[in-house]
Design a protein around this ligand. Structure first.
Ligand code: UDP
Ligand code: MG
Length: 316
């Protein structure tokens, strides 16, 4: 028997949960030699998600749930799930059926062949997504892969099946600013990529606003690259060089033709430009400082208010 843990982060998923549970259990029932546990992480839902989970746990001993004290974000939910999972194989799925459980048997057979430590899903199309969002997403992947040595696959979803060994490695990265797509890549191991078409959300709506995605992208770059810091210093050097050339130019002009008291408008422009660049670079510095600040505080990544399921009162 293989023990499989299925981790499902849920944030206000009352509409999608019943369909997910039905689909997932149907798929798992058809898998021979697999003993599944479902680990639902309620990420501070304000709807009926938690009571649905309590009910599921009551009727199915394979279901366990953790409920956070507030919304800590999907990254925290995935981390909590990985920590609580007991399986030899661990899968992470979204509750909205955008990660079709139907792919699990294929993923399982690939990982059981022994050639891979991880089977991950990437979408090759972004149909159904606002074009502007796709544009920025593509730009982000190009940028981050240029800036960082950790290569993040374009279109990679968080949907993946991993071996216990890889999960333990991921748990060794207890950083506060979690960017899982990067962490999965950083730990390495042999990953098999399944390419799928984008599946649109079954029920409810996406929790990601455009602004949230921006911040998430910034997190990703800062977490996996220090190149922006280097860019700031290079910009500084470049401006010193330009200034030096300008000084030589002004001195030579003064010696040859005299009269240097002109060029006030251009002076103001240069001043504004250089001040702008300076503030920009301080801003980059500030971003790293802020992340470091949050990191050194060593606050917990999530807080649990309630756990249940697993056929006992307090499984955690
Ligand atoms: N999610 C979560 N906490 C959050 C936001 C999302 O646990 O703060 C969960 C959500 O319930 C879903 C998964 O993460 O199971 C993906 O979220 P969503 O579908 O909103 O993102 P998208 O698929 O649009 O990227
Ligand atoms: Mg979704």
């Amino acid at each position: 028997m293989t023990k499989l843990s299925i981790i499902v982060p849920c944030c206000n998923e009352q509409a999608a949960l019943p369909a997910f549970y039905e689909a997932a259990t149907a798929v798992v029932a058809a898998l021979p030699e697999v003993e599944a546990e479902y680990l639902f992480i309620d990420d501070g839902s304000t709807d009926q998600t938690l009571s649905l989970l309590r009910a599921l746990a009551g009727q199915d001993a394979r279901v366990r749930y953790l409920s956070f004290s507030r919304n800590f974000g999907k990254e925290a939910a995935m981390y909590a799930g990985l920590q609580a999972a007991r399986g030899d194989l661990v899968a992470i799925l979204d509750a909205d059926l955008q990660d079709p459980p139907g792919l699990l048997p294929d993923m399982l057979s690939r990982i059981q062949s022994g050639d891979y430590d991880c089977v991950a899903v990437r979408r090759v199309s972004r149909k159904g997504e606002p074009p502007i969002r796709s544009l920025f997403a593509r730009g982000f992947y190009r940028l981050v892969n240029r800036l960082s040595r950790t290569q993040i696959v374009d279109g990679a979803r968080d949907f993946r099946l991993m071996t216990r060994q890889m999960v333990d490695s991921i748990l060794q990265l207890p950083e506060y600013n979690r960017f899982s797509k990067g962490i999965f890549a950083w730990v390495g191991y042999r990953t098999c990529w399944l390419e799928v078409e984008n599946v649109e959300r079954a029920q409810g709506r996406s929790k990601w606003s455009f602004f949230k995605l921006w911040l998430y992208a910034l997190d990703g770059i800062i977490a996996f690259s220090t190149a922006p810091l280097a860019i700031a210093s290079i910009l500084g050097l470049l401006f010193c060089l330009v200034a030096f050339i300008a000084i030589v130019f002004v001195i030579v002009r003064q010696l040859l033709w005299g009269g240097s008291a002109f060029g006030w408008p251009s002076l103001v422009c240069i001043l504004l430009f250089v001040t702008g660049i300076q503030l920009f670079c301080i801003g980059i510095l500030g971003q790293y400082l802020a992340k470091t600040y949050l990191e050194v505080k060593k606050r917990p990544i999530y807080l649990i208010r309630e756990t249940g399921g697993g056929g006992q009162d307090d499984p955690a």
